[in-house]
Design a binder for this molecule. Structure first.
Ligand code: UT7
Length: 321
């Protein structure tokens, strides 16, 4: 028994923020952002309706429709996010209500930009253990609310969005996974947005996303090729057997460097970071949905998904379409 993706969906807010728009707010320009990151524009929520739960529910509805199953057949909703709307309830339970998945258990998972891959791997584990059959896996973020809009080194990088897949038990196909974490590097990427309100402790400062960009860059260009290679070795396949490497969309230069280290052509590394920026845990399922909707994925195609980010965390999944 293995697991297979049978449906994909995504949702992007309609409000487009270009590099020129940001140049009016902070000391930056299109040339710097484009050449250092490949990002030209991103989507940012601009109305109260578009909370993380709304983005997630829209992506989830689309994925369930694409899968051709009823929401009532979903056993578990696993939602990866680092930008939930509140501490409680979790976003997955909000999605459960919004899409009518009345029989589903709902839980959130936070592994920053690795979140979707971790959630997909967790779904695979539940399915192969025979515990659940149909699992909705979502990556959803409104990163915009965790950003210091006066900090040019981070505010130009991120965007909002959500992507979702339906995973089901299958007797055919293959799946391998690799995951890792290094808490020693926890300070490379942080967001302490929630103020403490304990009567017996001093309140802490509200802090937004802080990143040691070069530290994370160096980590990404070394670790992603390593974990992608490891997952291919586990599956006993080579890069030639892989149709696409669907990698977390953080920076075009990271993707090019990974391609070089893996010795694969950029044709195999699809990109949409130019249009959506870094949407954290949502970037991989959004890209997967684009590939699926363009008809680029055929049954039996092998794909490697790989995410990396805060924690530090990293992971890869080798899946068969
Ligand atoms: O999804 C989570 C994972 N995150 C990532 O993968 C991010 C990884 N890191 C990166 O992608 C890159 O490190 C960045 C895109 C964040 C930064 O690029 P960089 O080439 O590492 O630039 P830098 O941080 O070394 O900064 C170079 C210069 C600095 O000025 P000085 O000190 O050389 O005068 C910065 O102050 O660029 C300046 N700078 C900017 N200038 C214009 C930083 N941000 C901006 C900006 N516009 N937005």
């Amino acid at each position: 028994m293995t697991s297979k993706i049978i449906g994909t969906g995504s949702y992007l807010p309609s409000h487009v923020v270009t590099n020129d728009d940001l140049a009016k707010v902070v000391d930056t320009d299109d040339e710097w952002i484009s050449s250092r990151t490949g990002i030209k524009e991103r989507r940012i929520v601009d109305n109260e309706k578009e909370e993380t739960a709304y983005l997630a529910s829209m992506a989830a509805k689309a994925a369930v429709e694409d899968a051709g199953i009823s929401p009532e057949e979903i056993d578990l909703i696993l939602l990866a996010t680092m930008s939930p709307d509140q501490v409680l309830p979790n976003v997955a339970c909000e999605v459960q209500e919004a899409i009518g998945a009345i029989h589903a258990v709902g839980m959130d998972l936070n592994a920053a930009c690795s979140g979707f891959v971790f959630a997909l791997n967790t779904a695979h584990a539940y399915i192969t253990a025979g515990i659940y059959k149909n699992i909705l896996v979502i990556g959803a973020e409104t990163v915009s609310k965790t950003i210091d809009w006066a900090d040019r080194s981070t505010c130009v990088l991120f965007g909002d969005g959500a992507g979702a897949v339906v995973v089901t038990a299958s007797e055919t196909g293959s799946y391998e996974m690799v995951m890792g974490a290094d808490g020693k590097k926890k300070n490379a990427l942080t967001c302490k947005c929630r103020p403490m309100n304990n009567l017996f402790l001093k309140g802490s400062e509200l802090e937004y996303i802080k990143m040691e960009g070069q530290e994370v860059f160096k980590f990404a260009v070394k670790t992603v090729p390593e974990c992608v290679t490891e997952v291919m070795e586990k599956a006993k396949v080579t890069a030639d057997d892989i149709k696409f490497f669907v990698l977390h969309q953080a920076n075009q230069r990271i993707l090019s460097s990974v391609a070089k280290r893996l010795n694969v052509s950029m044709d195999k590394i699809p990109m949409n970071v130019d249009r959506y920026g870094n949407t954290s845990s949502a970037s991989i399922p959004i890209l997967l949905d684009e590939l699926n909707k363009k008809g680029l994925l055929q049954e039996g195609d092998k794909l490697v998904l790989s995410g990396f980010g805060g924690g530090l965390t990293w992971g890869a999944s080798l899946i068969e379409w």
